[in-house]
Write a protein that binds this ligand. Structure first.
Ligand code: SF4
Length: 370
């Protein structure tokens, strides 16, 4: 059984310790060098609520295949124990020996309640998290301004919040509000390797307009190679299973890596999108991922969305002007005809009820509007 070992003492002060120390800002090259070093990798948590270390551990394990010890050092509290385990840490350095029993208590509670999933435990305060999500949902419903909704989300969530954008109209409205609010939110998009050039151009245009960076999250090269070797370059057209397999490798797994260690996730889901999304809440506790999922424009109509885009002169993907509404990967998206459902241009060769890519599939994750 996987366990989180507790280490007393100050690793960083002991110069004879052979650990490689990574700061939360470590880039891919630093991770690659650390993973090839064969020594203990210590990841520093410099402040309360700074969740970047979790992401680094996930990348070390998932992308760089690091099998050695990963140790958390710095500002750590006992309630982090389950999240450290889930991110791939083996050890947590505790500078105050008096805290050891509290840490053990946290792990014991987790083990008692959720033993089958210790490597992927649920949060300690699940009921409290659900209640907090419902309360935030109610507060957001009472706020009209989108940028104020974003600011309220930032105030309500401790730790890292990820806004995963597809650069579509819904997400561009949210991007405008995130920039306007000045909230500290990680903005990223899934670069599946099959995107339209216009999507990437919209990334650049938006970065220039708002003076921010939209991080491209890519699939594992080895997984894409194995997928294409098995199914072929356009294998996703041959069966629903193949298509879901492609979305799993190119979208779902990269998103899961991106969300590891995050406490909040902002999406552009709206109730009008489909029947499956008709009850989606403004904020709901995502049981499976152990984070707060926020859909700040869930209650917006298409008319309200297009009005906001026009009023704020928000940059939009030029494909919208050519009849594309919901825009995904290039081979799986076509323009829609007048009168067709907005999502008719996605995987148009499949039956309507199968048209989800897996990013928002679990109905429990969506939650009902409170
Ligand atoms: S939308 Fe198409 S190309 Fe993109 S990940 Fe899914 S199946 Fe693959």
């Amino acid at each position: 059984m996987a366990m989180l070992d507790l280490v007393s003492g100050a690793l960083l002060a002991d110069r004879s310790d052979p650990a490689v120390v990574l700061e939360p800002t470590a880039d891919s090259a630093a991770l690659s060098a650390a993973s090839g070093d064969g020594r203990v990798v210590a990841i520093r948590f410099p402040a309360f609520g700074d969740g970047r270390g979790h992401s680094l551990a996930v990348l070390l394990r998932g992308r760089h295949g690091f099998k050695g010890e990963i140790r958390a050092v710095g500002y750590l509290i006992p309630d982090l124990a389950p999240f450290l385990l889930r991110s791939g840490f083996d050890t947590a350095e505790i500078t105050d020996a008096n805290d050891v029993e509290t840490w053990k208590g946290a792990l014991t509670r987790i083990r008692h309640l959720y033993q089958p999933g210790l490597r992927n435990p649920q949060p300690l305060r699940r009921d409290a998290s659900r209640r907090a999500a419902e309360e935030l949902n109610a507060r957001l419903a009472g706020i009209e301004s989108l940028s104020e909704r974003i600011a309220e989300v930032r105030r309500s969530v401790e730790g890292r919040i990820v806004f995963s954008t597809s650069l579509g109209l819904d997400d561009q409205a949210i991007l405008n509000a995130v920039a306007e609010s000045g909230a500290d939110i990680d903005i990223s998009t899934l670069d599946t390797g099959r995107l339209f050039q216009e999507v990437l151009e919209t990334v650049e245009l938006s970065e220039i307009r708002y003076g921010l960076r939209i991080r491209l999250v890519t699939p594992e090269a080895s997984e894409v190679e194995a997928l294409v070797a098995r199914d072929g370059v356009f294998g996703f057209r041959h069966s629903v299973d193949n298509r879901k397999g492609c979305c799993e490798v190119r979208k779902v797994r990269p998103l899961n890596r991106e969300l590891a260690g995050a406490q909040g996730w902002i999406t552009g889901i709206r109730r009008e999108h489909s029947e499956a999304r008709a009850d989606v809440a403004l904020a709901a506790w995502d049981e499976e991922r152990g984070l707060l999922k926020v859909n700040p424009i869930a209650d917006w109509s298409t008319r309200a969305l297009t009005a906001y885009i026009a009023e704020n002169n928000v940059p939009v993907n030029p494909l919208h002007a050519r009849g594309f509404i919901s825009i995904g990967c290039q081979p799986c998206t076509r323009a829609v005809q007048p009168g067709e459902h907005p999502r008719a241009g996605r995987w148009w060769w499949e039956h309507e009820e199968k048209k989800e890519c897996g990013l928002h599939m679990n109905p429990r994750r969506e939650g009902k509007a409170a």
